[in-house]
Design a protein around this ligand. Structure first.
Ligand code: SF4
Length: 456
């Protein structure tokens, strides 16, 4: 018997098999479902995956009946749903067939099934010809000016001298990886500096870091370079000019909200005015492609607040806008303070996500990558929108997981892709930056084992 949190109960016999029924009780009302009624066409109970999915569909059906509600993503729980539709497409299924399959197999509603198909189409149209067999590189700077209340990343408020110590270890990793790549003839397709907030570095530190990167790696095939500027309070003309000097065209400036009260409530020390100024500065300096991240469902925000943020950010006319829905993992301060937050805000959030989709589409932005996370409020999704032709290749490839990705810095997870078997192997750098510094040689060896030792 499985009894999850809340006022409901599901009873399934432990020796589960096809002929059985199970019952669901919700607010004292009980319904039964027969497992055999929920198999997808032609599937058989001997297949454990088919059996599990039949039970999931039955539970979903029972709860939908009892509550009158239906979850937009049906029984689909994975974080990379576009991967599923891509694989079906590559096996020769038509887009119409895939749409129907996602609805019938995973019980997605029309809207989410359509979103997946549209995202897949946009990826194919805009970026497949840009792809290569080269690798993507991620480099992480795990420092931020303050810690946001919803943050569960490896973000640290930097203490004096710590950034310098971190950079020294990172330079060792850059040197090691770049020389191994040269030795093995591995080329870079895209380079992404993320965090934390990379622009927490001073202009001199940023210049030094970029100088190391451009003088160490062979960038002759690199199609895209991104620096997440992230927090507007870290952006200065000097830093943007450093970025521009290296020919970098893509940055991210992440307001999350344009509402002053919300920014203070989530622990960001900048004002909406600083966001406006940072965007203007980046344009003045000549940065071509700017992504702006927003979060739907921030504490205290009503749909009208979110819509105001969306309208103002859209009026900047950035190349990309990424709409996240709030995800509250256990490591976040907000989850510690309000453990029920995820459950209370669902309807508001669905409204925000729907509104954002129609505003984005009316302005010519197309969804081009999408992912879901555990602990998302409302169990919804994050969507990256782009003006056609400005999609971030790195984002698409990261979600697609059919490319080797080398991750440098604390918390980076490198992935080795084996195309013959269509599988990924991973090796992680430790996420605590102090331990990363102490154990840097071990991090290099992990990477060697994963990527270089058996590279053909
Ligand atoms: S800016 Fe991002 S990484 Fe930094 S504290 Fe906020 S959520 Fe975490």
């Amino acid at each position: 018997m499985f009894v999850p949190k809340g006022n409901y109960e599901i009873t399934v016999d432990e020796a589960l098999d096809n002929s059985q029924s199970f019952s669901v009780v919700f607010e004292k009302e009980e319904v039964s479902r027969k497992i055999e009624d929920f198999y997808y066409k032609g599937e058989r109970p001997e297949d454990i995956k088919a059996l599990k999915n039949a039970v999931k569909r039955g539970i979903f059906d029972a709860f939908s009946g009892l509550t009158g509600k239906s979850l937009p993503w049906g029984i689909l729980t994975g974080v990379k749903p576009v991967k599923i539709v891509r694989e079906l497409y590559q096996k020769g299924r038509s887009l119409e067939e895939i749409f129907d399959y996602m609805k019938e197999y995973y019980l997605l509603n029309d809207d989410k099934a359509g979103l997946l198909i549209e995202t897949l189409k946009n990826q194919y149209e805009q970026s497949s010809e840009k792809s290569s067999d080269n690798v993507g590189i991620y480099l992480g700077i795990p420092f931020c000016p303050t810690r946001c209340v919803y943050c569960s990343f490896t973000a640290n408020v930097a203490k004096k001298g710590e950034i310098e110590r971190y950079l020294e270890a990172l330079y060792k990793e850059i040197e090691y990886v770049s020389s191994k790549m040269k030795e093995k003839g591995i080329m870079t397709e895209s380079f992404y500096i993320g965090g934390g907030t990379p622009t927490t570095l001073s202009a001199e530190q940023l210049d030094d870091l970029l100088n190391r990167i451009f003088s160490s790696f062979d960038m002759s095939r690199c199609m895209e370079f991104t620096v997440e500027a992230g927090r507007p309070d870290t952006i200065t003309r000097e830093k943007l000019e450093v970025i521009k000097k290296y020919g970098i065209k893509r940055i991210s400036i992440n307001p999350q909200s344009m509402n002053e009260k919300t920014l203070a409530a989530i622990g960001r020390l900048h004002s909406p005015q600083q966001i406006r100024e940072a965007y203007k500065l980046a344009k003045d300096v000549g940065i071509e492609l700017i992504n702006m991240d927003l979060i739907a469902g921030l504490p205290g925000e009503e749909p009208e607040d979110f819509k105001r943020t969306l309208d103002e950010v859209a009026a900047f006319d950035p190349a990309n806008i990424t709409i996240h829905t709030l995800a509250l993992k256990r490591a976040s301060k907000l989850k510690e303070e309000d453990s029920e937050f995820n459950y209370r805000e669902v309807e508001k959030l669905e409204n925000m996500v729907d509104v954002s989709r129609s505003v984005m589409e009316s302005l010519g932005y197309k969804p081009y990558y999408l992912y879901r996370q555990k602990y998302m409020v409302g169990n919804l999704e994050n969507i990256g929108y782009a003006k056609p032709g400005t999609e971030c290749l790195y984002n698409i490839k990261t979600m697609d997981e059919r490319q080797t990705m080398i991750a440098l810095g604390a918390g980076g997870i490198s992935k080795r892709y084996y195309p013959g078997e269509n599988r990924i192997e991973r090796a992680a750098n430790v996420s605590n930056y102090e331990i990363y510094i102490e154990r840097i040689d071990e991090m290099l060896e992990r990477k060697n084992q994963l990527i270089f030792a058996n590279w053909q």
